[in-house]
Design a protein around this ligand. Sequence first.
Ligand SMILES: NC(=O)c1ccc[n+]([C@@H]2O[C@H](COP(=O)([O-])OP(=O)(O)OC[C@H]3O[C@@H](n4cnc5c(N)ncnc54)[C@H](OP(=O)(O)O)[C@@H]3O)[C@@H](O)[C@H]2O)c1
Length: 308
Amino acid sequence: MKAIRIHEFGGPEVLKLEDLPDPQPQAGEVLIEIRAASVNPVDYKIREGKYPAVKQDQLPVVLGRDVAGAITALGAEVSGFKEGDEVYAMLPPDRGGYAEKVAAIATAVARKPASLDLIWAASVPLAALTAWQGLFDHGGLHGGQSVLIHGAAGGVGHFAVQFAKAKGAKVFATASGDMKAFVEELGADRAIDYKAERFEDIVHDVDLVYDLIGGETQDRSWQVLKRGGTLICTVQAPDEVKAAEYGVTAKRYTAQPSGEQLREIGNLIDAGKVKVTLDQVFPLAEAAEAERHLEQDHLKGKVVLEIG
Ligand SMILES: NC(=O)c1ccc[n+]([C@@H]2O[C@H](COP(=O)([O-])OP(=O)(O)OC[C@H]3O[C@@H](n4cnc5c(N)ncnc54)[C@H](OP(=O)(O)O)[C@@H]3O)[C@@H](O)[C@H]2O)c1
């Protein structure tokens, strides 16, 4: 099979299109013929050697954490799937989606939403699971509460705005200039252009800050939380001293694969309560340009690689 691998950390030039042996599904796994894989910031962070879970001695690795495709073989002890099922999945860091095939752990796999084709379905898993787990499993968000979402126009943020609204929360969301209207279309009660407005002048006493940015944005976020509130971040461990000072709970987390949560998310998509936004689709061979686009340009939603 064709796959994009890295043998060393570095710039886009370290991405190599190679011929690799087809993976074989082990017990508890399904073999997926991949139709599309999405591109996430973790992909270029791994490539650049900036993702602590993938170290030099683990190279070479195939990049890509999201896939959609059809099941072509089942390992032993797999139930609930059959050959030909069209599915989507988030992969753990030791398997790659920038490839024609992958053996995925069956518990991380779900049938794709009926209303999405495989290209669109590929854009969902990692970003949507990250948003779902951040808001609900770690952030404990429920209807009637309020949340400030930083980075709302990107892959994770555009799902987070819609999940929080579907739950019945009041949503404040930051994005840059042109993307403010997009975030309002997603349902945000108040979109904030972070380049023109200071969110701390607008947002007060929220239950949850969902922080996809970190740094100075996080430093300025403590003051908008109510006492007893929660700050959840995907990019850095929050300052425990600040959390104690403001009387809030704060944590960083890492999103985990979950077929069960993908089924719930798929139901919301099929019910029309959550819309997927595709920024751009690239062929597999242009993975380097796809990563450059994600890292450097202003995006609306997700970037996907079309395969096969
Ligand atoms: N811990 C985990 O398990 C986990 C999982 C998924 C993602 N992540 C991390 O979470 C971050 C977000 O991921 P993603 O996939 O959503 O990335 P993305 O698609 O690149 O989106 C990032 C968004 O942040 C916006 N942004 C940049 N600076 C901002 C600021 N100061 N205030 C508000 N918005 C700002 C960008 O908008 P403009 O370009 O218009 O400025 C962009 O829309 C990444 O660092 C990623 O690595 C972690």
